[in-house]
Design a protein around this ligand. Structure first.
Ligand code: NAD
Ligand code: IPM
Ligand code: MN
Length: 368
């Protein structure tokens, strides 16, 4: 049987830098664990625009639809700020999410013990934190129509539309309840039903899916603004948070800082099962292309490496190998190894992007 296939889209800025470290990890699994993948690479974002004049070519889109999993680095950068909106690097990423129908975006925020002192919150607030934000990824205000900039009464008006169908809410709610069953059995749904009709519908539908299909899971509802406050005040009260596209974007960046750095947060974007039973899937760090540190060997590759770990778990049914990789990351952090974003007053062993990758490989070797 052919090996499972992975398409790597490293993208822009620190994307290719962190992806180089992920490739070391993929090669290690092939060589040492007999877990081999057919890996191909292509362009996305500004890198694709430079070559094709579009941030994602139709050929690359077609390849992404065929592989077992896509690994994406990051897109965007100041060089592309001047481009027309329709060809901005971020449009390439949004096209992948939409056309692959990756409606359930899993953004775990886990505080490794070694980093508990480093969070901007008090240690006892974050130590042992392990929450999962499930962000709806293919609808809501990111994609709703009408949208655009029009002229009305001699001035320009910017328009975006928040729009959710019942079935869109149902499917992401199911995905959150399914995850909760395998974790702490608790879901908190966040919207603004106090001011938005889409929020009213969101709350009703999540409640109905719960009552009809998952009555054994504990469900609560929170307004998203209060949710942001609670996430900073007492994040350990949460297990799974399910929310819409825009609130999920904001809440997951906030959750990143609970763990110490945006450079630590992986994500999985999952869709419906393909013919082979695997879900359509793309894995990417939560962070962006970090133009301020690109090209300097400073980027933390852990978010991207942990995204590959999520691929092992969710696409390839290799949970034990994912555990191995996560334990290797934990070991390296416990040894005090730190990229610049993780260096605080308590010090540590400062390393570059590639040295961090090498340390993780050493820890993987030690796990055998
Ligand atoms: P960003 O995530 O790129 O950077 C925010 C801050 O976090 C910066 O100070 C950066 O240096 C730091 N940071 C991010 N990742 C890091 C890492 N791995 N290691 C160490 N430090 C890290 O967000 P931004 O600056 O708002 O956006 C920059 C560009 O990236 C924009 O074009 C934006 O649209 C794009 N972006 C892309 C994605 C994606 O591809 N998924 C996500 C977010 C932003
Ligand atoms: C993310 C990013 C993207 C988003 C951008 C780059 C399109 O911020 O993945 O969190 O807004 O979804
Ligand atoms: Mn974001």
């Amino acid at each position: 049987m052919a090996n499972p296939s992975i398409l790597i889209l490293a993208g822009d800025g620190i994307g290719p830098e962190v992806m180089t470290e992920v490739k070391k990890v993929i090669n290690w699994f092939g060589a040492k664990r007999d877990v081999a993948f057919d890996v191909s690479e292509d362009l996305v974002g500004g890198a694709a625009y430079d070559v094709h004049g579009v941030p994602l070519s139709d050929e690359t889109m077609a390849k992404a639809q065929e592989v077992d999993a896509v690994l994406l680095g990051a897109v965007g950068g100041p060089k592309y700020d001047v481009l027309d909106f329709s060809v901005k690097p971020e449009r390439g990423l949004l096209r992948l999410r939409k056309e692959m129908d990756l409606y359930s975006n899993l953004r775990p925020a886990q505080c490794f013990d070694a980093l508990a002192d480093f969070s901007s919150l008090k240690k006892d607030v974050v130590a042992g934190l392990d929450i999962m934000i499930v962000r709806e990824l293919t609808s809501g205000i990111y994609f709703g129509e009408p949208r655009g900039i029009i002229v009305e009464n001699n001035e320009r008006v910017g328009i975006n539309t928040q729009r959710y169908t019942e079935s869109e809410i149902e499917r992401v709610a199911r995905s959150a309840f399914e995850l909760a069953k395998r974790r702490g059995n608790k879901v908190c749904s966040m919207e603004k039903a106090n001011v938005m009709e889409s929020g009213i519908l969101w709350r009703e539908v999540v409640q109905r899916v719960h009552d009809e299909e998952y009555p054994e899971v504990e469900l609560s509802h929170m307004y998203a603004d209060a949710g942001a406050m609670q996430l900073c005040r007492a994040p350990k009260q949460f297990d799974v948070i399910v929310t819409d596209n825009l609130f999920g974007d904001l809440l997951s960046d906030a959750a990143a800082m609970l763990t110490g750095s945006l450079g630590m947060l992986p994500s999985a974007s999952l869709g419906a099962p393909m013919a082979n039973g695997r879900p359509k899937a793309m894995y990417e760090p939560v962070h962006g292309s970090a133009p301020d540190i690109a090209g300097q060997g400073k980027a933390n590759p852990i978010a991207c490496i942990l995204s590959f770990s999520m691929a092992l778990r969710y696409s390839f049914d290799l949970g034990a190998e994912a555990d191995r990789l996560e334990a290797a990351v934990e070991k390296v952090l416990a040894d005090g190894v730190r990229t610049a974003d993780l260096l605080g007053p308590e010090g540590g062993v400062p390393v570059s992007t590639s040295e961090m990758g090498d340390k993780i490989i050493e820890a993987l070797d030690a796990s055998l």
